[in-house]
Ligand binder design. Structure first.
Ligand code: 5AD
Ligand code: SF4
Length: 442
């Protein structure tokens, strides 16, 4: 029998990237070989994102390109958030698709593959009432130094703009024992950085009798011999406790960076978004971090143009940027999503106004970043070497505070430094990255 091949393309967040690593590992374990183009594959999978409309459209554009291949033996599958959101409607919209499965059904992947191989052309995995998390021994990791570990799946919050509770289902935490076993195994095979993942990592709660909370889990993972860096994403301010800051302070392996999405600087808008915190409550968490024993880089997510956001509300968001001085931020124009509460809200902000606010916000943040990065010039930061820019003769490093630091290191080229931790002196800065030279005495 000729070997079966698959191609997978991934959209969206790190959870999706990691899901694709697990799906890939599972397929490899079932005798499939991975290929680099959809043309070369028997099975073409798109692991999709539906956080904003633009992300959702991408998969339909991809599928459209392959419409003519329908019936030529190629099998198409839509996985992830668009699959869960649109369900069987995808079969109508793109009749050459044979598999539609959301992330809560990946534990049944093997079974779904058997059905596809048997010729079933409408295979679905759309149930959200699973108690399971998708743990598999077959994960095929993309990065040789940094590994993702899912600690909690799903989300129990109900932010008015957000599709995630509908696409990823209710929260399910893994046992601390299985997380620790995976982390130890990764350390033993040479991984030095671990990124703990969850839509809301802070609400992690060990379902076993040990009953660890997130702060306890973070501290224990950071103590594993061989693990030099631990990151985590994403935090919800409501569940971000003082004990997390204490665990970070006490464990040097936890990176100097916290991503704490605020979404808006206006308490009124936060209430309309059902974020469950006020601006003051958010600022209290920022103060914990600013007064902590170590210096932490702070980053955030902001949505502009949520229904009912006035010019005054937006001003408050700008003023929050001045107050917090984030090291980086992701900003988005509000995009209406199916099933969400905000869909029914009035006072929609016109597209041009959303765009204007986005530009104003990004310009303000750019000025802040130029200033903050310039403060680092002259200092020494430790990087994990993640890549090489041959054309520039530079290595690409990442700092604990999650900045990219491109640097030169005399007498090295090829892949020699990849995966190493090195001190680098910062010599120049820009709005989005730093440049430096190795501070190792050669
Ligand atoms: N429109 C725009 N941005 C959104 N986000 C989530 N839902 C929407 C939406 N409907 C943003 C939030 C979140 C980030 C991952 O995406 O800022 O933190
Ligand atoms: Fe996109 Fe959210 Fe799904 Fe991640 S969880 S893929 S960001 S919709």
């Amino acid at each position: 029998m000729p070997s079966k091949t698959f191609y997978i393309e991934t959209f969206g967040c790190q959870m999706n990237a990691h899901d694709s690593e697990k799906v890939t590992g599972t397929l490899l374990s079932q005798g499939y070989a991975q290929v680099e183009t959809p043309e070369a594959a028997d099975l073409v999978l798109y692991n999709t994102c539906s956080i904003r409309d633009k992300a959702e459209q991408k998969v339909f554009n991809r599928l459209q390109n392959f419409k003519r291949d329908a019936g030529k033996g190629k099998i198409f599958g839509v996985l992830g958030c668009v699959a869960q959101q649109e369900g069987e409607k995808i079969f109508e919209r793109a009749p050459h698709v044979s598999l539609v499965a959301g992330s809560a059904s990946y534990t049944r992947l093997g079974e779904m593959l058997v059905q596809l191989e048997a010729g079933n052309r409408r295979v679905t995995g759309l149930s959200l009432d699973t108690e399971d998390t998708f743990d598999t021994p077959f994960t095929r990791r993309d990065n040789p130094h940094r590994a993702y570990i899912t600690i909690i799946e799903g989300c129990d919050k109900s932010c008015a703009y957000c599709v995630v509770p509908f696409t990823r289902g209710p929260e399910r935490s893994r046992t601390s024992e299985s997380v620790m076993a995976e982390a130890r195994g990764l350390a033993e095979t040479g991984y030095t950085e671990i990124q703990l993942l969850g839509q809301n990592v802070n609400s992690y709660r060990d379902p076993s009798p040990a009953a660890w909370d997130f702060a306890q889990l973070l501290a224990r993972v950071a103590e594993i011999p061989g693990i030099r860096r631990v990151r985590y994403t994403t935090s919800h301010p409501r569940d971000f406790t003082r004990s997390i800051v204490d665990a970070m302070d006490a464990n040097p392996a936890v990176c100097d960076h916290v991503h704490l999405p605020v979404q808006s600087g206006s308490t009124r808008v936060l209430a309309a978004m059902d974020r469950q915190y006020t601006r003051d409550e958010y600022m209290r968490r920022i103060e914990w971090l600013k007064n902590a024993k170590r210096h932490y880089s702070l980053t955030t997510d902001i949505i502009v143009g949520f229904p009912g956001e006035t010019a005054e509300d937006f001003e408050q968001t700008l003023e929050l940027l001045d107050q917090v001085q984030y090291d980086s931020l992701f900003s988005f124009k509000y995009s209406p999503r199916p099933n969400t509460a905000a869909l029914r809200m009035e006072d929609v902000v016109p597209e041009e106004e959303k765009q204007r606010r986005l530009v104003v916000l990004q310009e303000k943040q750019r000025a802040i970043q130029i200033r903050r990065n310039a403060e680092l010039v002259g200092g020494i930061l430790e990087v994990l070497v993640e890549g090489r820019n041959q054309a520039l003769g530079q290595w690409i490093g990442r700092t604990s505070c999650n900045r990219t630091l491109n640097f030169t290191h005399p007498g090295t080229n090829g892949t020699g430094l990849l995966g190493k931790y090195l001190p680098v002196r910062v010599t120049r800065s820009g709005p989005n990255s730093l440049v430096g030279e190795s501070a190792t005495v050669v």
